[in-house]
Design a protein around this ligand. Sequence first.
Ligand code: ZN
Length: 264
Amino acid sequence: MKIFLWLFIPIFLFAVSVENGGVYPLEVSKDSVVKVDGKSIPLMRVKDKYVAFIAIPYKTKRKKICAKISTPKDKKEVCIHIKKGKYKKEFIKVANSKVHPDKKVLNRIYKEYKEAKKIYKTVNQKQYWDKPFILPLHSKITSAYGNARMFNHTLKSFHTGTDFRAKMKTPIKAINDGVVVIAKDRYYAGGSVVIDHGKGLYSCYYHLSKILVKKGQKVKRGEIVGLSGKSGRVSGPHLHFTIELYNNAVNPLEFVKRVNSIFD
Ligand SMILES: [Zn+2]
């Protein structure tokens, strides 16, 4: 009889379909262990609920993603359908040196990339925030998350964040409480601030003209972390805002909307 207790019973959430690059908040009981592809998903405390945010990678060919949920009492599997996001193609003209960097620059880019990836893969067990999220500024979105990016007609990447119109020196706010883990100038991102919000969640603010926080510093929601600018690989001043969830650059506006709707 015991074997039955150890079977995962799949539950398909047919009503639920999430775009690649999106997130799905799976509400579970406090004593749940949630795993996707064998990897544990930390539970975040949102108001009075425990939520495992399932990140759908942007680059996935899968049709569904399943989470195994175990509690001391039972086990089940919840599957979410993945729909293909309707993302646009963007053609961007930048200085050639920023598209074909020389060896010294490539080394720097690689070092910065590795440093950031190591941070995004780190799941801090502490959760620093307990309030809804805010946006880093209120402004027009000039480039949406997920656009396929063609730099000088070469496909380089997809747009990993949301761009907001921001004239030079617009104050940029921390979207929630956390600890600063990056505060420096980088080749592509320019003046960069990255905040660890705990449990594998990070927010990133790029192209700043001035950084107003230091690495290791605790910040509160709404605190000004820097002033907007046009540093790094850009064609003009704006704020690039990214959310990294367990090393996936997910749709930041969708993430904020999903978390905040739990507070409502
Ligand atoms: Zn951007």
